[in-house]
Design a protein around this ligand. Structure first.
Ligand SMILES: [Fe+2]
Ligand SMILES: [Fe+2]
Length: 195
């Protein structure tokens, strides 16, 4: 399905505000992809579809995820809203005929992040946080760093997300911690010189 067609479909299932957010993520992701030499079309597609399941009622998320054969863990049972990312990846595939695994993975990881994220995964994660419709927090700094160093921006965004969750006494997803640990270890590992 092409981009315009997807937007038309999304306008029937998402609120105007959510659609505006998704367009914002899509445009931001496209811009970042251009800047970092990634596939712009993949970024645009992942961005527009990342929240396709965000307005599925919480009590339906579990049921719909299980109907798609998504394995639901205890964390997701306790916080079904987390499932909107994996459900979105399934819907992108089944309803919107997106079969590119890189796009599907970026959609899948957009809420929790995770280890071994590709540049596209990082771009979608960050675009979701910094798109023009978002405000508050430390966004101005993050918006600058997001165009300088993807890993540094990811660390900032993950720290911000973890602080937000902790302040509310929420559950921390292991994938979020793994993503942060991996970036910190990478940052702390000295560059190997061969001479
Ligand atoms: Fe989301
Ligand atoms: Fe989003």
């Amino acid at each position: 399905m092409d981009y315009e067609h997807i937007v038309a479909q999304l306008s029937k299932i998402l609120s105007a505000k959510r659609l505006q957010h998704s367009v914002g993520v899509s445009k931001t992701a496209e811009k970042m992809a251009e800047f970092f030499g990634c596939d712009k079309m993949k970024a645009k597609m992942a961005g527009i579809l990342h929240d396709v399941a965000r307005e599925v009622p919480v009590d339906e998320l579990l049921q719909r995820a299980q109907a798609f054969g998504i394995v639901v863990n205890d964390m997701e049972k306790a916080e079904p809203i987390l499932l909107h990312a994996s459900l979105a990846a399934k819907l992108a595939q089944v309803k919107f005929q997106i079969h590119d695994v890189e796009i599907l993975q970026a959609i899948f990881l957009h809420t929790t992040g995770g280890p071994h994220m590709s540049p596209l995964d990082k771009i979608i994660y960050l675009a979701d946080v910094i798109e023009p419709g978002r405000n508050g927090g430390n966004l101005e700094e993050l918006r600058k760093v997001a165009y300088i160093d993807l890993d540094k921006a990811m660390l900032m965004a993950l720290d911000q997300s973890i602080s937000y969750i902790l302040a509310r006494g929420g559950l921390l997803h292991p994938a979020t911690i793994e993503a942060r640990n991996e970036l910190l270890i990478k940052k702390c590992t000295p560059t190997q010189h061969t001479i």
